[in-house]
Write a protein that binds this ligand. Sequence first.
Ligand code: GRF
Length: 192
Amino acid sequence: MKKLIGLKKTKVAVFISGTGSNLKNLIKFSNKKNSPISINLIISNTKKAKGLKYANQYNIEKKVLNFNNNKINEKKNLDFLIKKETNFICLAGFMKILSKNFIKRFKGKIINIHPSLLPKYKGLNTHERVINNNENISGCSVHYVTGKLDSGKIIMQKKIKISKEDTAISLRKKILKKEHKLYPAAITKIFI
Ligand code: GRF
């Protein structure tokens, strides 16, 4: 990735499907003077995503797009992002799988945050599976998005210890806190 010191901030679209705590955190990060990114678009696959409220709160454009992947939607979505001059995409709790073509168009420019120490526990219900397997350690990972689910190159990870009292719910909370540190750190690593 091109080093961007002294250049314009990279225009980022954040894709969400839910609460959007990572989105909110990334917006705050992007608003810092020395941040390498500016978030100019919030994309969701559902109008029910609670995180869409941050668009109004922080005065950022939002758009609900249809990601039921067929050629027509794919083209519409790509055309929209390109029209908005999107240079980089951060997935943050985005629950749809992007099509191969979509990923190809933004090759090396889509990253995701996942609440496990990848390559362990790809996919859904991560915390439940971690707890059920009596793991001592878990964490979160920021990685590049490729055609294979949660499998692209890892950019950064953060570990946490799991205590005996932890449940899937407490673990989710703990890891989410770490995610909010990790995502900006990984973006900084990419761009600066
Ligand atoms: C996070 O745990 C993230 O790692 C996963 O989905 C969750 C999204 O949480 N991909 P939020 O919507 O950012 O609060």
